[in-house]
Write a new protein. Structure first.
Length: 150
């Protein structure tokens, strides 16, 4: 047990000695031959402030959650125009309630408590009815086609 304790103690002293030597070499400079000029009060803070290690402040805030950190703004190369983003069209709120089938089929559409009977080609609630089939109605809203089904 004494041998184990003694070997652990020597290992700890060796590690701390290595750490102290590395700190002294960093404070003395890269070549390690010249001692730094001591500040008026000789504080360690004054020595560290004149350190040759550059600080990179471009990293994110370490106290901010990684999930909610602000993402960097992508930079477009010079001379390249950004591609315009296609405008998204909200799907219609209308719901297909039923279809009256016959020679000229009629669809029953409901939206916000209002009910409309529409035929092919009719325009209601900014929707144009393109096609009425047995179990669905194809409508167009702002140039995009949507299918209303049961």
């Amino acid at each position: 047990m004494k041998k184990t304790f003694l070997s652990l103690l020597l290992a700890a002293i060796g590690v701390w000695g290595y750490v102290v030597v590395r700190v002294v070499l960093v404070l003395m400079g890269a070549d390690g031959l010249q001692a730094p000029a001591m500040a008026g009060n000789g504080s360690a803070l004054a020595l560290l402030s004149r350190s040759k290690i550059p600080l990179d402040t471009a990293f994110r805030d370490p106290f901010q959650s990684y999930l909610y950190a602000q993402k960097p703004i992508p930079v477009a190369p010079k001379g390249v125009k950004p591609v315009p983003v296609a405008k998204t069209v909200e799907p219609p709120k209308a719901v297909l309630s039923g279809i009256l089938w016959g020679d000229d089929p009629v669809a029953i559409l409901k939206q916000d408590g209002a009910t409309e009977l529409v035929k092919k080609g009719a325009v209601v609630w900014d929707l144009k009815v393109l096609k009425i089939e047995k179990n669905q109605v194809v409508v167009q809203k702002q140039g995009r086609q949507f299918t209303l089904a049961y």
